[in-house]
Write a new protein. Structure first.
Lengths: 170, 421
């Protein structure tokens, strides 16, 4: 991943308090294969039940606040990686979800003022990590975001947390 | 330099970073006292460990426990296979396992003294932060983190800001700690505590039992908070004394500067219900009284203790469950099962028409109970989540064991009146 910038088309799921049972329902928890997780993403989120069957390759997901609150299930991260989602931008994230995403290699961008950002699914956005700015490439509108902490980038650039563990111990 | 909050003090004891690096927003690595996994996520932890670290030992087999609690005597052959995978791995690495029927891992951790105040423990359970009720930094973690932690003994955490919450006043039966927890959840969700820790204070705290404190801290996750702490006090020390474990009181530094300080007035607090479709959609019981309920579950890490079941038994003594209601109880642990037997509560509730099921996580994590409601039947649980579609296609309400018991008698949401003691 480019450590300075990232850009992509947008998919909007601007709903607050989406919890992990809406992302990947508890009745599916024995599924762990990424390709089998993929079609179920948002299967229990009203209005987005078909998300899992659609093509979201290389898109940037825009969500609301407290995204990913709820359980520890890793599948709620893995499913977006299977879809080829590049990053998720939200006002805020559930703390466990944030850790799981980083550990799995999925970049989350906290943008506290995202709800005031004018954006459509026809737009492309660019995220500038160095200056912590998100730009709507079609309109030129800019919004600030929280800087991505270096330890987080280190884990994501290593290919996820498990890679870091390979040098440890016996 | 100002003093440290409770979470900062615990983190400081578990890391070798400089004291200047302990501040909110910074990410630090900590050494874990305990890593656990259960039958949901645990099998994947085993797979990830074996795939990424073939022929490796764990960092310390005595600091790992498997706690299968989601699918006690599971209803799917896949559950049996998953649990077997955990047992085989545990045996191979000489790791402890609290096997089926032992109960909810997060409760066993304190009930059996596997962790003590000031420790850091992680597990595949988003309510591991209930351990904050005993001054333990418990955190939920996904299977990637757990596999890594079993290999390295390490965990990374973004040090959260801490909010001081003073609970001012007192309340009386039939209001209980669940009403307090729901009221506080509504308040804190509106205030916004995403990614933050909470420390609870107020004269009420010293009157709360360990079970009450667990209930109070169990809904912080539902406000997207990191953890709620009750500073270990004499109640905590006495609890560990009974387990033969010596502990000390622990508190934040006196000159700590909190991110903010809130006072919540709980004087003469009433009873509260979390209404669909979110746990934070909390309303006074008077607003929903009379709502038809068909399926009721008392259980979960929020309200599955013997104290909770005793509260229900006080209401159900010499009463009958409404014929339109299915009433199930799932004690949190084997120890709770023993307690309710000794106290006669189990007989009281069986005679009233309740049904007991093996200790575990009840409705919260599939398996043991999945869909109790059906398309039209409305559910009430004493648990912590009522997300649309989680437990049943129909609506789910969250309430205290006392309210759940009163509701079971009436077949509709009811204000408890009877106390049978």
């Amino acid at each position: 991943m480019d450590r300075e910038k990232l850009s992509g088309n947008v998919k909007l799921v601007k709903i607050d308090d989406i919890d992990t049972d809406q992302i990947f329902h508890q009745s599916l928890l024995t599924i762990h294969n990424p390709e089998e997780i993929k079609p179920h993403i948002f299967g229990n989120l009203q209005g987005f039940e078909r998300f899992g069957e659609e093509n979201h390759q290389n898109k940037i997901l825009i969500v609301g606040k407290n995204f990913g609150k709820g359980s520890t299930r890793q599948q709620a991260v893995t499913g977006f990686l299977s879809h080829g989602i590049k990053a998720i931008v939200g006002e805020s994230f559930g703390p466990i979800y944030y850790n799981n995403a980083v550990n799995g290699g999925l970049l989350l961008i906290e943008a506290p003022r995202i709800s005031a950002f004018t954006i459509t699914e026809q737009d492309t956005i660019e995220i500038d990590f160095v200056n912590a700015v998100i730009t709507n490439m079609n309109t030129g509108e800019k919004i600030d975001c929280n800087p991505v902490p270096n330890p987080v980038l280190d884990i994501i650039n290593a290919g996820g947390l498990l890679e870091l563990g390979k040098g440890a111990g016996k | 330099m100002t003093g440290f909050t409770l979470i900062e003090k615990i983190i400081k004891k578990h890391t070798d970073v400089l004291i200047n690096d302990i501040y909110p927003g910074n990410i630090v690595w900590v050494d874990l006292d305990l890593v656990t996994a259960r039958d949901y996520a645990g099998p994947q932890v085993v797979d990830l460990f074996q795939k990424n670290y073939p022929n490796s030992n764990t960092f310390d087999n005595e600091k790992i426990i498997f706690t299968p609690d989601c699918y006690p005597y599971g209803n799917d052959p896949k559950h049996a296979i998953d649990q077997e995978k955990i047992r085989v791995f545990a045996k191979e690495h000489n790791i402890r396992i609290t096997d089926l029927g032992s109960g909810i891992g997060s409760h066993l951790l304190f009930r059996r003294g596997f962790v003590k105040p000031g420790d850091i423990a992680i597990g595949a359970d988003s309510h591991y932060n209930i351990l904050g009720a005993l001054g333990i930094l418990g955190q939920g973690a996904g299977d990637v983190m757990l596999a890594f932690s079993m290999k390295t003994g390490k965990f990374w955490i973004k040090i959260p800001e801490t909010i001081k919450v003073v609970l001012e006043g007192d309340y009386k039966w039939p209001t209980t700690s669940k009403d307090l927890a729901l009221y506080v959840l509504k308040y804190l969700h509106e205030y916004g505590i995403t990614g933050k820790a909470v420390e609870f204070y107020g004269d009420i705290i010293s009157k709360l039992s360990i079970e009450d404190r667990v209930t109070l801290c169990s809904l912080i996750t539902e406000a997207s908070g990191v953890i709620g702490f009750v500073s270990p006090d004499q109640t905590t020390v006495d609890f560990y004394d009974k387990l033969g474990i010596s502990t000390e009181v622990l508190s934040a530094d006196e000159d700590t500067r909190y991110a903010s300080e809130l006072i919540i007035d709980i004087q003469d607090l009433g009873m509260y219900i979390a209404c669909p479709p979110h746990p934070h959609n909390v309303k006074p019981i008077e607003e929903v009284v009379g709502t038809t309920i068909n399926s009721i579950i008392i259980g979960s890490c929020t309200n599955g203790s013997s104290a909770d079941i005793h509260n229900a038994a006080l209401i159900l003594k010499d009463q009958k469950i409404n014929s339109n209601v299915r009433f199930g109880l799932v004690p949190a642990t084997r120890e709770d099962f023993v307690d309710i037997n000794l106290r006669g509560d189990m007989t009281t509730i069986l005679e009233a028409g309740g049904n007991f099921f093996g200790a575990g996580c009840s409705t919260c994590a599939k398996g043991q109970y999945g869909l109790t409601g059906g398309e039209t039947a409305v559910t009430m649980t004493t648990g912590n989540r009522n997300t649309q579609g989680k437990i049943g296609p129909a609506d789910v309400y969250l309430a205290s064991p006392v309210v759940a018991a009163a509701t079971a008698i009436e077949g509709k949401i009811a204000i408890p009146k009877i106390r049978g003691d």
